[in-house]
Design a protein around this ligand. Sequence first.
Ligand SMILES: [Fe+2]
Ligand SMILES: [Fe+2]
Length: 219
Amino acid sequence: MTAEEFVRRLDASNQRLLEALAPDDTLKPEVEGDLNVVNLLKVALKNEIEATEIAARWLVGTDDVDVKLAFARQVGDEAKHYRLIVERLRGLGVDATRIDPLAKGYGPLFKYLDSLATTVERVAAGQFTREAIAVVKNRQFIEFCEHAGDRETATLYRDVIEPDERYHHELGRKLLLRLATTPDAQAAAAAAAGKTLELAEELQRAALAGAGIHHAPGC
Ligand SMILES: [Fe+2]
Ligand SMILES: [Fe+2]
């Protein structure tokens, strides 16, 4: 199939699976115990630093200038998100400069993404799919912040972070249209996207079972 047809199909199947990540609309998130904006922002720090680093690794791993620039843009944005979250945590009374988000090592999704060897897989998994997941998760987090009465964090996500993540997803779409042109490339891209969604779902299940977290922000 053409790259256009492939990307259209991948988008549709991603969106179908992403609905499984969306919580029940009637769910009323409650802030209790450990589940609060501060702790969810700490989860976000880890996501953002991992997103920064994987894009940086991929930036140096390609000779394709368009791809380099797409990853460079992403590195800058994800690092900016990290800084903005640190600043927001400071506003909430937490000194996040004392937090090492990688103290427990890299997560399973980072390790999987780091294992991908080709640009088409990286773009399909790390940009097109992971960033689509981030958009869904951030929408949930914005709602959570509003329920918790934290309009400042909600505004940060709505006005700055979420539009950036959407842009990263669109960068992925543009590159896929150029790269996913052969049956082999399309099969590899689809497999990498599928595995990314599977890992995201697994991580969400684990977070839900362990800490009742169902709306940690993505990156
Ligand atoms: Fe992103
Ligand atoms: Fe981000």
